[in-house]
Design a protein around this ligand. Structure first.
Ligand SMILES: [Ca+2]
Ligand SMILES: [Ca+2]
Ligand SMILES: [Ca+2]
Length: 409
């Protein structure tokens, strides 16, 4: 049975399945200081046209969705953000993914049940009404509030084995970029005026978030942990104005400000509530943030806004498969400065950008203690799981799942 309600345009579903009612080892943990696994995974469950994902998930035989599901079954996170999961407003795509994939054993893996999830609309594919890439052709995927062919393409979903405090969720889909003080607004280098790639008329509409930014509070025993989730635009497909790189920088900055007292008074959510996170609260920043600390195209310092924040811990998840892939694939990887053990995505290597660290699980110093962390990137000779990784075209995704085990409270 699925109980569904709509709050301020969000589709929120609470599934009361047999799995939800049965005790699980995690839920049976002591009420104080439970340990949970939190993960982020860009699952590439986006499709070319509206309705395609629903069709793929309606039965259990889509090979890529099965590989994604098995990845989740093998890694067994208690809370996981999936990036690139097309938004279907009635929740049916998530329901089908749970029922037809996650709750069915894949290649002998133990099924996994996520009784709770959160989805909401995103900016991808939503027409902006402006010619954002300024090529004279309106209405393109590149002119939407976030790059996308239809509303909801490249959406996201938070899956949880713990209850989500639906009434306390905050979304920031509509927050305007120009309302961020000192925003890194892109400049048209052909004019002498600064920060003028977007006209005042465009900036009056332009949303900061390329998909959305959500604060999803999750109840872990007596504690609450806020999952701060997003999927900033890649800092690429730009001209010299760097409209995507600058937006990526500020989409990341949003969370740095959100968790910093004194820096977040400008923030408002989609219901008009102002301000950021109460400093007494624990949080985990999750997502494909499309920014490597040293390599790739992002604005220097973009991800350091989080990695260098004293309120945030970087557990530096690593794998054995990342270094192996970088060495084997060569190309841009050979010139990288970053340690490939921390890579989370297998991108094109010839000529660029090569494999990068772009997917993050960043817990707060407040209220959380990290125990272990990893990138699910087995080596090619791993007889059990190498088949879930592969080379392009990938069986599941070009990204790798990143996980961190946290002691709460
Ligand atoms: Ca255009
Ligand atoms: Ca200019
Ligand atoms: Ca590669």
């Amino acid at each position: 049975m699925t109980l569904r309600k709509t709050i301020a345009g969000w589709s929120v579903a609470l599934a009361l399945t047999a799995g939800a009612l049965a005790p699980t080892p995690v839920q049976a943990a002591p009420p104080t200081a439970p340990e949970i696994r939190v993960a982020t995974f860009n699952a590439s469950l986006n499709r070319a046209a509206q309705g395609d994902l629903s069709r793929d998930l309606a039965d259990g035989d889509n090979a890529q969705a099965r590989a994604v599901a098995e990845t989740l079954q093998r890694t067994r996170a208690d809370v996981v953000l999936l990036n690139e999961f097309d938004y279907v407003a009635d929740g049916s795509a998530v329901d089908d993914f749970r029922r037809n994939y996650l709750e069915v054993d894949q290649n002998g893996a133990e099924p996994i049940s996520y009784p709770y999830y959160f989805i909401a609309p995103v900016n991808t594919g939503v027409p902006s009404g402006h010619d954002l890439n300024r090529n004279g052709i309106p209405g393109e995927a590149d002119d939407a509030f976030g790059f996308g062919a239809f509303p909801g393409q490249y959406g996201m979903v938070v899956l949880s084995r713990y209850p989500i405090d639906d009434a306390a969720v905050r979304t920031f889909q509509h927050f305007r970029w120009a309302d961020m003080p000192g925003a890194l607004l892109p400049d048209d280098p052909a004019t002498s005026a600064p920060a003028d790639w977007y006209s005042p008329e465009v900036l009056a509409d332009f949303r900061l978030s390329s998909k959305s930014h959500w604060d999803v509070p999750i109840r872990i025993g007596r504690e609450t942990v806020h999952a701060l989730v997003s999927h900033p635009t890649p800092p690429s497909f730009d001209g010299p104005e760097k409209r995507n790189a600058t937006r990526n920088h500020d989409e990341i900055r949003f969370w740095a400000d959100y968790v910093t007292p004194g820096a977040n008074s400008y923030i408002y959510d989609d219901r008009g509530l102002r301000g950021g996170l109460n400093p007494s609260q624990s949080f985990v920043i999750l997502g494909d943030l499309n920014s490597d600390p040293v390599d790739g195209d992002s604005i220097p310092g973009a991800i350091q806004q989080l990695l260098g924040n004293k309120r945030i811990i970087d557990p530096m998840p690593s794998s054995d498969g990342g270094p192996e892939a970088a060495a084997r694939q060569g190309g841009a990887n050979a010139t990288h400065q970053g340690n490939p053990a921390h890579d989370t995505a297998d991108f094109n290597d010839n000529p660029a950008p090569g494999n990068l660290r772009v997917d993050y699980v960043l817990p707060s110093r407040k209220g959380l203690l990290w125990r272990q962390a990893g990138v699910f990137w087995p080596t090619r000779n791993d007889a059990r799981w190498a088949r879930l990784i592969g080379d392009y075209p990938f069986p599941a995704s070009d990204h790798r799942l990143v996980w961190v085990d946290l002691r709460v409270g």
